[in-house]
Design a protein around this ligand. Structure first.
Ligand SMILES: [Zn+2]
Ligand SMILES: [Zn+2]
Length: 336
């Protein structure tokens, strides 16, 4: 099978021919139809995660069909439409796993980082971590929900968000545009903060009522004038400065949820934090239950990620598009 491999930190994306893997007991072989490119994949390429097992086939926004079924697997048949997230497996015995917060498990195994992922024609998955895809979602539309969609859905769910709240989304990229779509579908009023003036139109089209230019505007003042500040800030850019700079734009009791992992330190003035009882938290991907909710919510509310597709053979070019172009959409690799 064709697979795209990164052999070492900072290594190029190389197309390789590999033997097609066979599912063992409890596993499925998935024919990958589409796999989104997450900022996490760029970090794998850059060697930013110490836990990555090189050489590695990246990719953890996987949508495909069941090609082979390992022994002992029930509930799936050949050809079923399925998805796999970054949660390849978890220990199921730690306190977080027992409480359903599997994405906080200290022993979890990450798809496309610790085991080979979806930049390939086929991928192995543990059947109990695979989710079914509803028929109304195309493979290439479903793929970005497996990490970007899940991350914004779970992040909002744990932010203290209540219907009608004001949600400010920092950056309008692959993650941020889904933040706007999910927040709007949950009944939020939405603002978009971006350093790219051209994204204002797109923000309005997605349903934002306010656009704040981070380069030219006074973001804190603009947020505070928005009926007293944002109840939730979803920080989707891998940029710590934007997190620090916008924190005082939170309403009292508001929460900044950091979803994009950037390099550096977040700096918060303790007076601003204490006097407004403002919060800051992080949130990684989501649990299996939350993945099911993410997919169901998208189907029920007709949430369709904006995507740009590239064939798997042009993965390196697609990577550069994610790195440089700041596209207001998710880039997705597709197999013919
Ligand atoms: Zn991801
Ligand atoms: Zn665990």
């Amino acid at each position: 099978m064709k697979a795209v491999c990164i052999r070492e930190p900072n290594g190029d994306l190389q197309i390789e021919n590999r033997p097609r893997p066979s599912p063992r007991a409890g596993e499925l072989l998935i024919r990958v139809r589409a796999c989104g490119i997450c900022h996490g994949d760029l970090m794998v390429q850059q060697g930013a995660f110490p836990f990555v097992q090189y050489p590695i086939v990246p990719g953890h926004e996987i949508a495909g069909s069941v090609e082979e079924i390992g022994s002992g697997v029930t509930g799936f048949k050949l050809g079923d439409r399925v998805g796999l997230s970054v949660l390849f497996s978890c220990c199921q015995s730690c306190p977080q796993c027992k409480q359903g917060a599997e994405n906080l498990c200290p022993n979890w195994v990450w798809t496309g980082m610790m085991v080979n992922g979806g930049y390939a024609e086929f991928v192995i998955a543990k059947a109990s971590y695979v989710t079914s895809l509803p028929p109304q979602l195309e493979y290439a539309e479903a793929a970005p929900l497996m990490c970007a969609g899940l991350t914004v859905y779970s992040g909002l769910k744990h932010s203290g968000y209540r219907k009608g709240d004001r949600v400010a989304v920092i950056a309008l990229g692959g993650l941020g545009h889904l933040g706007v779509l999910y927040a709007r579908a949950m009944g939020a009023r939405v603002a978009v903060l971006s350093s790219t003036a051209e994204k204002e139109q797109e923000a309005c089209r997605l349903g934002a009522e306010l656009f704040i230019n981070l380069k030219t505007g006074d973001a804190v003042r603009a947020l505070q004038e928005w009926d007293g500040g944002a109840n939730v800030i979803l920080a989707t850019a891998p940029n710590v400065e934007s997190v620090s700079d916008t924190f005082p734009g939170l309403a009292a009791d508001g929460t900044t949820v950091v979803l994009g992992v950037g390099v550096g330190r977040i700096q918060i003035d303790p007076v601003t934090m204490v006097m407004g009882r403002r919060h800051i938290s992080g949130s990684p991907a989501g649990s299996r239950q939350e993945l099911k909710e993410t997919i169901r919510f998208a189907a029920e509310h007709d949430i369709r990620p904006h995507i740009k597709t590239f064939p798997l053979s042009r993965a390196a070019e697609a990577f550069e598009a994610v790195r440089n172009k700041q596209l207001p959409c998710r880039v997705v690799l597709v197999n013919d």
